[in-house]
Design a protein around this ligand. Structure first.
Ligand code: FAD
Length: 441
């Protein structure tokens, strides 16, 4: 009996429940990745994400090939393409790890229905998050709105399951279904190719993800809680793109950290924020475009000044920590967490530019651009999300820089002090003005 395994945001062979199940029978398996840019509501990937995806698929194909099976690539709406491949290969089983975004769930529900109507057994598994949204509710059955009780509820139940090992081999279907050539998908930028900095910064793929985790646990975890807010230090795990693309599973990160580290609590809590972001994506599927708190729909955003937005994009606001962060993002496809908060706060509160425009820029430029974490964090900073920073908490970029980068080490590394670029906004005055507007809500 042939099984089709779908790969989506889980580009790995270890702790891949669907692959594990398929391979355990010793019968033929088709490993399929569908580039779906057409199903209704699916958010088109940003440029940096496409770059990562290209390299991650290359790496996954090599790892699967080592196990004995090719990676089949197809493009188009998954609701059409997957049934095509099932029919072509005469498969009788279809397996995948679950997704939690609205449009993706609709696609998967459609596939399950199609399978049921056509005598194909379809099964799905939990692989990308540890605590599935419908399992974490208040005593009344409502969703949690605040992180701390959410995380307490998650961590007071049974621990996440142990990760599954990678299969030792996978039997391929014979003949193998036809595959697109990855290069034909045009995921890499060409004219111009702006990806040099990304390539210098990252090694993509499952092996690199494991190496990064090992290195972090050995070298940086002991000082993680103290140093994680200092942008000049290599203090954090830098696992976010690997987790975003599923090159390593949160179950693996969780258990490895617990086995190997003395006190990983603070680090595990950050994984909790990832869980909470996906939880909220499940509850608020339109979180990237709609305020979670509907009160904010009445916020009087002033007319957009395109020049001001462009200055923020390019890191020419004249505010050193912000400009450094925006340069780091452009060059490397990432930005340290505290600097993300400061740049987002400057845009949405001091410059009074709708947070959605900032979210979209991050979506296009981050290699870890995540449909849950990106809008969830933007809404948190802007004050309109769940568990939001109170509206009066407006990060002062100058104070933050003095506190977290007192020697300008990060600022100067990313050229945040530029001659002739004056501050675009007075931080104190704009803060007072934003507060007035927030209070009017
Ligand atoms: P570590 O400190 O080592 O944390 C371990 C892991 O926990 C991370 O890899 C990540 O998966 C998760 N994590 C940590 N903090 C958060 C958080 N606040 N929310 C959700 N998950 C978290 N993270 C993304 O993965 N994708 C995004 O698109 C994204 N957009 C953001 C936008 C804004 C405005 C802000 C303020 C934060 C955003 N974050 C996003 C969260 C956070 O900045 C990154 O996850 C973190 O900087 C990644 O670095 P790290 O892997 O070294 O993190």
């Amino acid at each position: 009996m042939t099984t089709v395994v779908l790969f989506r945001d889980d580009l790995r062979v270890e702790d891949h429940p669907a692959l594990h199940e398929a391979a355990s029978h010793g019968e033929p398996v088709v490993c399929l990745y569908v580039l779906d840019e057409e199903s209704e509501g699916v958010r088109p990937l940003g440029g940096a994400a496409k770059w990562w995806l290209h390299h991650s698929l290359t790496s996954l194909a090599a790892d699967l090939s080592d196990l004995g099976v090719p990676l089949t690539l197809r493009r188009g709406p998954a609701g059409d393409v997957v049934p095509d491949v099932v029919r072509e290969t005469g498969a009788e089983r279809l397996l995948w790890n679950r997704r939690y975004g609205g449009p993706e769930r609709a696609v998967d529900a459609g596939l399950k229905e199609w399978a049921g109507d056509n005598g194909v057994a379809a099964h799905s598994y939990a692989g990308s998050i540890m605590f599935e949204p419908w399992t974490v509710t208040t005593q009344n059955g409502d969703p949690y709105r605040v992180f701390t009780p959410f995380w307490r509820a998650c961590t007071s139940g049974p621990p996440p399951r142990e990760p599954y090992p990678a299969p030792s081999s996978v039997l391929p279907a014979d003949p193998a279904p036809a595959s697109d050539a990855l290069a034909d998908w045009g995921l890499l930028p060409t004219h111009p190719d702006w990806s040099g900095g990304l390539a210098r910064t990252w090694t993509v793929g499952e092996r690199a993800a494991h190496e990064r985790l090992d290195e972090f646990l050995d070298e940086r975890l002991p000082r993680y809680a103290e140093d994680r807010d200092l942008p000049a230090k290599p203090a954090t795990s830098r696992l976010s793109p690997h987790l975003r693309w599923g090159e390593i599973s949160p179950y693996t990160v969780w258990h490895t950290a617990l086995h190997r580290a003395e006190n990983p609590g603070k680090f595990l809590t950050e994984l909790g924020w990832r869980e909470f972001s996906t939880y909220n994506l499940y509850i608020h599927p339109d979180m990237a475009t709609r305020n979670i708190n509907p009160k904010f729909d009445a916020f009087p955003w002033p007319p957009l000044d395109e020049d001001v937005l462009a200055a923020w994009h390019k890191g020419r606001t004249g505010i050193p920590l912000v400009d450094a962060g925006m340069h780091e993002l452009w060059e490397t496809g990432t930005m340290q967490n505290r600097v993300r908060m400061v740049t987002a706060s400057l845009l949405s509160k001091n410059l009074l530019i709708d947070w959605r425009l900032g979210e979209q820029w991050f979506w296009d430029t981050l290699v870890d651009a995540d449909p849950g974490s990106n809008p969830h964090n933007w809404q948190w900073v802007a004050g309109c999300g769940t568990d939001a920073a109170p509206y009066f908490r407006i990060f002062n970029a100058e104070t933050q820089q003095k506190k977290f980068d007192p020697d300008f080490e990060y600022v100067d590394r990313w050229n945040g002090r530029q001659e002739g670029v004056e501050p675009i906004v007075d931080l104190k005055e704009s803060r007072a003005h934003a507060l007035e507007l927030f209070m009017s809500l």
